[in-house]
Design a protein around this ligand. Sequence first.
Ligand SMILES: NC(=O)c1ccc[n+]([C@@H]2O[C@H](COP(=O)([O-])OP(=O)(O)OC[C@H]3O[C@@H](n4cnc5c(N)ncnc54)[C@H](OP(=O)(O)O)[C@@H]3O)[C@@H](O)[C@H]2O)c1
Length: 274
Amino acid sequence: MKIIGKAVAYCLLGFLVLLVAFNLWGYLTLGNLTPIMPGQLADSANRVVMVFGATGSVGDGLLKAAIEAPEVEKVYVVTRRSSPRIDAGVASGKVEMHLQEDFTDYSELADTLAEVDTVLWGLGTTSIGMDDATYTKIHVDFPLAFVSQWMVARKDINRPMSFHFVTGMGTDPQGSQHWAREKGRTELALAALAEGTNLRSFSYRSGFVRPTSEQSNTAIYIAEKLLRPGKLVITGKQLGEAMLEISARTREVPNGTLIDNGDSIAFAEAYEQR
Ligand SMILES: NC(=O)c1ccc[n+]([C@@H]2O[C@H](COP(=O)([O-])OP(=O)(O)OC[C@H]3O[C@@H](n4cnc5c(N)ncnc54)[C@H](OP(=O)(O)O)[C@@H]3O)[C@@H](O)[C@H]2O)c1
């Protein structure tokens, strides 16, 4: 009995040490971008927004931000299925849902794509239990196919466009893990595709993205509290707000900028101070 008690105490102590170290690391290293205040915002940068992955934990928050943003007039959701938030958005008239089977072929959406100013991409999934080829298809082929076809569909080549891609903390084109390398490869390829055009592409190396209240529970709220001191957590809605803010700051944040979790928090705060 005594041994079990000791083992539990050591485990708890180890967890606490790790938690403090991780928070300290985040506090000292995250958040390298400081939004200029007041920011110069392009008024119509987010008039029409398209959301991918809206049925997921991250994407539900991105969709919430887009629906609640007064500057967003129309939200297109491209998805395999609906969700309560998509249904409510469609009922309100602000959201239009497109059911998509093949996420590499957007030929049927060309006219819609021509209208879109901003894309919030929360489509993606865990690498656990997934073979490398499928992981690559979802996290490399899908976003690159979309952006290539979006660029062809645009009619006004001078209108600002922005693509916001959620990759995650630990993404690294030279990393030792397949998922990190593949997401890193996509970050670089997206920035290269956009270079010299009116498109800016941003990758968000987010920490823990706390789901919306509808998808959260007590354990999730405890995790949020434990990770907040190190800027290791952001809510999905705040992440969406950071994306809209970065979109609107057309002259401030250049194509290809990697946005860490501290940066996202700072731009979400700038959005909330508008
Ligand atoms: N959650 C976090 O804290 C966090 C933090 C940092 C980065 N990220 C990254 O953010 C991305 C989304 O994570 P999540 O936690 O929101 O995942 P999730 O809850 O599993 O949601 C995944 C979303 O992507 C869609 N999706 C997945 N596979 C698809 C496929 N083959 N074809 C079409 N749609 C597909 C899902 O659509 P269906 O509903 O139709 O399956 C869903 O909308 C991932 O890349 C993840 O690594 C997440």
